[in-house]
Design a protein around this ligand. Sequence first.
Ligand code: V47
Length: 374
Amino acid sequence: MPANNPGKENFKKCIAAKGLLSDIYDKVIAGERITLEEGLALYEKAGLSFLGILSDYKKRQYTGDKVFYNRNFHIEPTNCCIYNCRFCSYNSKNSGVSWDYTHDEMVSKIKNLGSNITEIHIVGAVHPSRGKEYYGALLRLIRAIHPSIHLKAFTAIELSHMAKVGNESVSSVLRYLQECGLNSIPGGGAEIFDEKVRQEICPEKDDAATWLKIHKTAHHLGIPSNATMLYGHIETYQHRISHMSLLRDLQESTGGFNAFIPLKFKNKHNRMQHIPETTLLEDLRNFAVSRIFLDNIPHIKAYWPMMGIAPAQLSLCYGVDDIDGTIHDSTKIYTLAGSSEQQPEMTATQLTLLIEEAGYVPVERDSLYKPITG
Ligand code: V47
């Protein structure tokens, strides 16, 4: 050990430099909430090592040395979409492939899932004519085969469209789907909440206020959800912080968000392919700032099929405590957008080993983050 061992004060001087960053360090260590300006300063001024240490500190306050994974299966019922978001590589207009599974086809996909699968994640596209009855019947069919599996299904955008098709409120659609077996809703469709950016990248999609209202409604009905942020395209750091601030405010009133999932923009086969993808360092900064800023959302998830296995493993040192699940090669959103993981499937053993190698303790979880033992 060097003669003058750099203690906490010296560390602050060395790494946090001066002024604002040092104050942010003190606030985070003291468990105080940081402001939007401070969040912005982290993006703009903080070094990666500083962000790593502070976000890992924050992560350990929530989950200690645990990192979660689950055994899940993704189904994407259709890619026929009434919208054509500029970043989307998945819909039939951009991908050159089209599918629209019948109930029977979907049942055959989920019929023989291993008994260890605890969650089915269902997200597709905004199909022109399908309403809540179609999706409700699908949930009932799945529920009949897997009575205790957790059904996490339909983004706020899909739910909004079901309400429009049925000329009813989202609340009544959600109550109906709950009766059919819906347990929680995924975080997709949030993109970036700033309206100008939204107009550029997904002009036809519901606005941010609608997305937030649908999640609020779900939370009031006892349906938990996740939240995403699509980053690394034309948005600024200010837009990212404003996005997270809206989520932080909603979480303050409902407490219904389980996890925040930053989604890195992938630029293959879509109408934004001229935009270069973010670097790994930028992705790590983004995870770290998310963990520090979103002090009331318990989990930060790195979705490995989107970002790749090795980057997802590294993100565990930057505030991430959830690495999603086994997936079973059943998702196309990111394979079509050019992800390095062209056959996204990992075994629980592979997930466990990669968490251990990063220095954390793997914990298999259910969809509400309760550990699964035995
Ligand atoms: O909303 C689409 C994103 C989302 C691209 O809740 C793209 O557990 C990057 O929300 N580059 C859907 N991103 C996926 C999603 C999700 C995934 C995993 C887990 C959970 C969860 C939710 O995918 C869309 C959009 O933001 N997306 N195209 C693209 N080219």
